[in-house]
Design a protein around this ligand. Structure first.
Ligand code: NAD
Length: 452
């Protein structure tokens, strides 16, 4: 859907009027259209900082340099070009007084951030801290980063936090690329956990990372699913696109556009798990990436909700996923080093008026990935959930006007996201380089206020 306010706020004719009326003034967000590049930091102004005693600084530097960055390690005296990327290692913070390092580093930096800049802060995992005070300071970093995201978001800046387990710092390369480049355009205020619990893959390509891999995307006829199929194909994956038979024409168009294949199948049909396994095994010998994206809403307040509306939503959004996974795992169709990604929702994080059925199904996925992840880690398989906020698709076009406008603006970037923005996060989590992340639920919501 078109966002007229972004156009009006950025037009020389109407921009001043928008500001005079006190309306939000969202800026156009930076987005890539093609696949990843080998040297994403080559033309960027990149600053690296760290508190004394941090254990992730050298891997952070290596990740930036590996992506072509000329890394600045002090803020340049003259105010030239704004800072495109700021990476700060806060893993050395151990005592309350150490938190001052965040202020000292970012106070002069914050006003020097470029439009659409990226901030990534690394912190120790609080539960690994030797003393409660150290855990407190590590956890405090999250409040700092979320506040920074809210303050700098009006310039399209995103700020995120990676908690890094000791021994997992060499898993940062792809994490730094994602959170410090255009793909994280609608991911802000997130705290992800990077751990060493998943068996490391044989190879970790950071560019065209899915070459030779087979991916399944459910609900791929349109919206986030279609964008995800396209994005995965750009990284080299062969994509099997699945959707209901009623949308077969649109499904075939998606499959053709991405050089993949179409599978018209209702995920709730009793034979769906067996047909999925048969298709993937017979045609491809198995599958490497599964994106459980198909989902529906049947909104009504609980008092007015029919049992059918409850059952349909739980069947598509939860039961069909669990059944498909059981079949994929029992049959061995999901290969070692596989990636499972589930489309949850901020309604699952926070609950939502009129969505008791939907929120139940989407919150269930958050619990599901947390429980599934450790079970699959020995096979090198990662399972993560993505919780989109307000994304401009057919799903939100059905909302009443005022609800839609409120949902669209109540985030740090004052605008809705595009299907591509969610597809970027899903694609990152689908790559071998995401082997440090499992059991996470990451929001693609522009740091929406709902559930924040
Ligand atoms: P969409 O309605 O545009 O697309 C969903 C697709 O899933 C459709 O093509 C639909 O036909 C397919 N599907 C539904 N039931 C199916 C079934 N039984 N079998 C096979 N396919 C089926 O929705 P979207 O906005 O692209 O959302 C994609 C996912 O992201 C959903 O899981 C949704 O809940 C989630 N999500 C979306 C938003 C948003 O703002 N758009 C926000 C939060 C979460």
């Amino acid at each position: 859907m078109a966002d007229t306010l972004v156009k009006l706020a950025n037009s020389p004719l109407t921009g001043r009027l928008v500001r005079a009326l006190g309306l939000p003034s969202p800026i156009p967000l930076a987005r890539a259209s093609g696949g990843s590049t080998a040297q994403p930091f080559a033309d960027r102004t990149v600053l690296l900082g760290g508190a004394p005693g941090g254990f992730a600084t050298s891997e952070g530097r290596r990740a930036l340099q590996g992506g072509g960055a000329v890394v600045l390690e002090a803020l340049p005296a003259e105010e030239g070009r704004g800072l495109d990327v700021v990476l700060f290692d806060a893993t050395g913070l151990a005592k309350p007084a150490d938190a001052r390092a965040l202020y000292d580093f970012f106070h002069p930096v914050v006003r020097r951030l470029a439009r659409n800049g990226r901030v990534l802060v690394l912190a120790s995992l609080p539960e690994e801290a030797e003393a409660p005070a150290a855990a407190a300071v590590a956890r405090g970093v999250e409040g700092f980063v979320r506040s920074l995201g809210k303050e700098a978001g009006r310039r399209g800046v995103t700020a995120n936090l990676a908690y890094v387990a000791r021994g997992a710092e060499e898993r940062l390369a792809a994490v730094v690329r994602f959170f410090c480049c255009a793909p994280s355009t609608y991911v802000s205020g997130q705290a992800v956990r990077v751990t060493a619990e998943v068996r490391a893959p044989g190879a970790v390509p950071l560019h065209e990372a899915l070459r030779g891999k087979v991916a399944l995307v459910t609900g791929a006829a349109r919206g986030i699913g279609a964008a995800t199929a396209e994005r995965l194909a750009q990284e080299g994956a062969r994509v099997v696109c699945l959707d209901v038979p009623a949308l077969e024409e649109a499904l075939r168009a998606t499959a053709k556009a991405v050089g993949g294949e179409a599978l018209a199948l209702d995920v709730t049909s009793p034979d769906a798990p067996a047909r999925l396994v048969a298709t993937l095994k017979e045609r491809h010998g198995g599958v490497d990436v599964v994106v459980h994206n198909a989902g529906i809403t049947r909104d009504r307040t609980l008092a007015k909700m029919t049992p059918e509306a409850w059952d349909q939503v739980l069947a598509v959004n939860l039961a069909a996923i669990v059944a498909a996974d059981e079949a994929l795992l029992a049959s061995g169709a999901l290969r070692d080093e596989g990636r499972l990604v589930y489309l949850s929702s901020i309604s699952g994080v926070a609950g939502n008026f009129g969505q008791a059925n939907y929120a139940t199904s989407k919150a269930a996925l958050i619990g599901y990935v947390a429980a599934l992840a450790p079970r699959l880690a020995p096979r090198g398989i990662c399972a993560n959930a993505v919780a989109p906020g307000f994304i401009e698709t057919a799903m939100v076009a059905r909302m009443p006007l005022m609800t839609r406008e409120v949902g669209r603006r109540l985030n740090s970037l004052s605008q809705g996201g595009q299907p591509r923005d969610v597809a970027e996060l899903v694609t990152f989590l689908s790559t071998p380089g995401a082997f440090g992340l499992t059991g996470n639920t990451i929001r693609a919501c522009g740091q929406g206020l709902i559930g924040a």
